[in-house]
Unconditional design. Sequence first.
Length: 640
Amino acid sequence: MSAASPPDDDLQRRYMRALLRDVHAFERMLEADCFETGVRRIGAEQEMFLVDDAMNPAPLADTVLAEAGHPPLLTNELALFNLEANATPRLFGGRCLSEMEAELTSLVGLADGAARRHGAQVLLTGILPTLRMRHLGLSNMTPKARYAEINRATCAARGGSFHVVIKGLDELDVSHDNVMLESCNTSFQLHLQVAPAEFARLYNAAQAVTGPLLAAATNSPVLLGKQLWHETRVALFQHSVDARTSLEKTRNARPRVSFGDSWVRSSAAEVWRDNVARFRVLFVGNHDEDPEGVLDTGGIPALTALRQHNGTVYRWNRVCYGSDGAVPHLRIENRVLPAGPSVRDEMATAALYYGMLMATAAEYGDVQGCMDFADAKANFFSAARFGLKAPMTWVGGRTVTARELLLQRLLPMAREGLRAGGFDSGDIDLYLGIAGERIESALTGSEWTLASLRGLGAASTLDVRERTVTSVMLRQQRSGQPGHRWPLAGPSDLEAVHGSRESFRTVGQFMSTDLFTVRPDDLVDLAANLMDWEHVRHVPVEDDQGRLVGLLSHRALLRLVARGERRTAPVAVRDIMRTDPVSVSPETLTLEAIALMRQARVGCLPVVDGERLVGIITERDLIDVAARLLDEHLGGTGGR
């Protein structure tokens, strides 16, 4: 894929002129009451992962779409291991929720059926637990000019690599040279069409309920092998498309992924103007429309420049403009929710969202008059970090946990909001019943994943544990049961994955990542004691940047002792280490590693990714793998 060329200055100026014309035309449309009113509609976008038999991401999106016949409601996303389904807009009320569930289930099933014919399956989860940095190269980016341009423009604006630091139960600290980190996230996005006159009231209500909503629906606790936030998507998304320079960060400039800094006072135009004022244009296009001229002739402008720029500013609650060609409309797009654990879970969360939003607007009017924006924003980030245990401050200033706030206040309000909106009573009972059970049990998708990982213990490698949880997640999604009723992944699930050839096909799947290392200038006595204390026979030697520079073996220490030399000065590790150790990468096939170890006559192989040390495998590891291969060859009847 060739990167797009940056636009010249003249093209940038012409685009900015088009963008400003669109803003002015939008303001004029608001003043002239051009927008559709008297009707509300809902819509949704369902993102999903494609996984292979080993539960790793399967970059087969184009193949799957071709197999499915490119239905208009199924499309690409940033990565070739992602797909997106778009639900048909429906009138707000009645049985719109159950109808949407049926449609999304059908679309996911269509994609899954096509994927299965090519050795893959569809999985709904906020972040795929088995994702690794090696999956996030440009070779896995969807080969479309739009994505190449997003990558070029974002990297150019930032002027350097994307540095991600997220602290949770574990700590993640990685750098990446492209925007593919964003593809780790898949979401379930909800839309609500609103009239301009009610926009501020409903948008502010959406902002107010976002924190409690997210707390009830977290499903992304694991990223790149690390247990982080309950909804790690929130932190990762901000980093993965952060185009701010170091100077802009120093000035505390708002990132493109943002909750916002204040309530909307009166109009959707405030949001458009703020986007243009705060955020540089990332990429341009040809926008020859004269929007005000279109209005003068009674037409409806497309506002393509404004919509394109809006697509590069990722508010968690975003304003959207649309038109059927005859009548334009406004939508509020909620972007906070993760995909999964199941379509039914997602619709239960949708019911909670729409009910809370409408009830909040009905009970408090414009919530900016009775709630501090800082509390709404704090609730959101607290929910992302801690889920249902998060402290929340609601109208009135009282602080309780998200679980208490939902059970005691917001869940009953949601029921009233749906009733007032004319929703079918059966749908209300079904979906809010599921949401209530989930909140009562405190078993969100994130809690299920974390509890399953804890229950599997440390007897197996991280790779096997995460693939076990992912495989159980996939199986349970097909059961039709909501996530809080799923049994946790257990020992029998672990054994099934552990005994599979897919568990040791590559070195990265069983290497040890709990490394004890030394530096070249360290005292040899430190290395000797480390080997004794930790019962290891090989210690990798790395520099301050984590690059492998040598290997110290117990044999080298024995030779030092055997020489019987009286040491008058301390011996450094560099004096006796091997400076050209044989190494492999995480992607090296296990059989190749076995052959290499025999050929080189070494007892261990450091594992490096680029130049950085990421793991180690030993003779003992390969003996275990060989035994499993023999068991599999003999149908599980061979002894060890």
